[in-house]
Design a protein around this ligand. Structure first.
Ligand SMILES: Nc1nc2c(ncn2[C@@H]2O[C@H](COP(=O)(O)OP(=O)(O)OP(=O)(O)O)[C@@H](O)[C@H]2O)c(=O)[nH]1
Ligand SMILES: [Mg+2]
Length: 213
């Protein structure tokens, strides 16, 4: 991989293409290309965020019906690796057996996937850091890899409340000892889209350096 100094992140993410859908860890692609996963409660706006970052209308299927993304969806960035849309959690109407299946899948994936270089955690800015969000972070934290928090649907709140919430989340998660970014984000008015592209895209840099040594 050869990432130049000044990167056009928009072009970088625009190359995303649907790759594969899986519902068991045994179906994942080989664990040898870098990937960044998008996780969050059902309806938090994961699929919408992936569409906004990649400038694709319906790359990841977004829906008014919570629990729409029930599998792990891989989007390939050509030889650079993958963006991974994880199943949303916390949707009350899902049968318990299905919930347990997802929970197992998420926990195992977050704890063991070698290629996973960073986690994008999406939380509705009006309801950040639920118990399930914190549980997810606990599964991922031992990896000591970067967490990028997108506080979604930021168009729903005033600027002062957006900043206040971002500050609170930064403070709450600051003591986890992980590289952390917290970005108010809206797929509607595109607040935070460029910043998110840059911060998420930069996860590819260390790999470029490692490869070039
Ligand atoms: N106002 C506003 N609505 C949003 C935003 N992002 C997503 N939505 C809406 O929130 C709903 C859920 O969005 P999705 O992107 O499907 O959420 P998801 O996290 O992928 O949901 P699951 O796949 O069910 O886990 C849809 O009705 C979207 O239109 C945003 O930034 N602002
Ligand atoms: Mg989705």
């Amino acid at each position: 991989m050869n990432l130049p100094e000044a990167i056009n992140w928009e072009a970088f993410f625009k190359r995303a293409r649907f790759h594969i859908t899986v519902d068991a860890l045994s179906g994942l692609p080989p664990d040898d290309r870098m990937e960044v996963a998008f996780a969050g409660r059902s309806n938090a706006g994961k699929s919408s965020a992936i569409n906004s970052l990649t400038m694709r209308q319906r790359l990841a299927f977004s829906s008014k019906t919570p629990g729409r993304t029930q599998h792990i969806n891989y989007f390939s960035l050509e030889e650079e690796g993958y963006l991974v849309d994880l199943p949303g959690y916390g949707y009350a109407e899902v049968p318990k057996s299905v919930k347990l299946h997802w929970q197992r899948l998420l926990a195992d994936y977050l704890a063991t996937r070698m290629a996973l270089s960073g986690l994008v955690l999406l939380m509705d800015i009006r309801h950040p850091l639920t118990v399930l969000d914190q549980q997810l972070l606990q599964w991922f934290a031992p990896r000591k890899r970067p967490v990028i928090v997108l506080l979604t649907k930021s168009d729903k709140l005033s600027r002062s409340v957006r900043l206040q919430t971002a500050g609170m989340v930064r403070k709450e998660l600051g003591n986890m000892g992980l590289p952390l970014s917290v970005i108010p984000f809206s797929s509607v008015n595109r607040e935070g889209v460029e910043e998110a592209r840059e911060v998420i895209g930069s996860l590819w840099r260390p790999l470029a350096q490692r490869v070039s040594v």
